[in-house]
Ligand binder design. Structure first.
Ligand code: DX5
Ligand code: ZN
Length: 219
């Protein structure tokens, strides 16, 4: 039996009550806190940056999973490590020298993740998959919470699972965007390991219970 690693996305939280929201995640059965950093260039939105990440780190007792939706992420890796990032995920589409960027993340002592936009084939990771701790499959176009899940993701999970086993990688498969109780079981069943959930958690009447519900999804 396997249950997912659950990573609530702080993007959907009440930023005016961040400490309260983090304490809720600390109390909950969540495994990680997913932190979306957007620069208004790689994606058409600006979210939060280093000072907020540092502030989250002062209160969070869960693993900080930092998703960098920014151009030239290599310029900021050291700073995000200092701000508490344990998983550092960069976008393949933002990294012309992806192999080097992954190496830089690992040299910092962080777990290395690569995120793929919905249009990017998992095959493009073949030559680096063995180095990775995490692959984040975007199941919406990055930039905003609350979007509709893209169903093609199920096939991508299966393809990625095959690639991971062919190349003897231990990378976890993370799904980010539009995750909820209706698709969580099928995602896990397809081979997902980590479920990111923003609006589904924070727009619910009882976010702690919603997180517990996701943890109870078993395959
Ligand atoms: C989208 C972000 C996601 C987002 C998910 O660009 O990477 O992490 O917060 O939000 P929901 O779960 O609401 O789709
Ligand atoms: Zn994200």
């Amino acid at each position: 039996m396997k249950s997912p690693i659950v990573a609530p996305s702080i993007l959907a939280a009440d930023f005016a009550n961040l400490q309260h929201e983090i304490e809720m995640i600390n109390r909950s059965e969540a495994d990680w806190i997913h932190i979306d950093v957007m620069d208004g260039v790689f994606v058409p939105n600006i979210s939060l940056g280093l000072p907020i990440c540092e502030a989250i780190n002062r209160h969070a007792r869960k693993t900080m999973d930092v998703h960098l939706m920014i151009v030239q992420p290599e310029r900021y890796l050291t700073e995000f490590k200092k701000a508490g990032a344990e998983y550092l995920t960069v976008h393949l589409e933002a990294c012309p020298h992806l192999h080097r960027t992954i190496q830089q993340i690992k040299d910092l002592g962080c777990k290395a993740g690569v995120a793929l936009n919905p249009h990017t084939s998992v095959e493009s990771l073949r030559d680096v998959i063995e180095m990775l701790d995490l692959v984040c499959l975007m199941s919406v176009n990055p930039g905003f919470g609350g979007q509709k899940f893209i169903a093609r993701t199920y096939q991508k999970i299966k393809d990625l699972k095959t690639l991971i086993s062919e190349e003897n990688s231990s990378a976890l498969i993370e799904i980010d965007g539009g995750v909820n109780e209706a698709n969580a079981h099928a995602l896990l069943d397809s081979g997902a390991d980590v479920l990111v959930a923003g609006n589904f958690v924070f727009s619910s009447a009882n976010p702690e219970q919603t997180i517990a519900g996701l943890k109870q999804v078993l395959v």
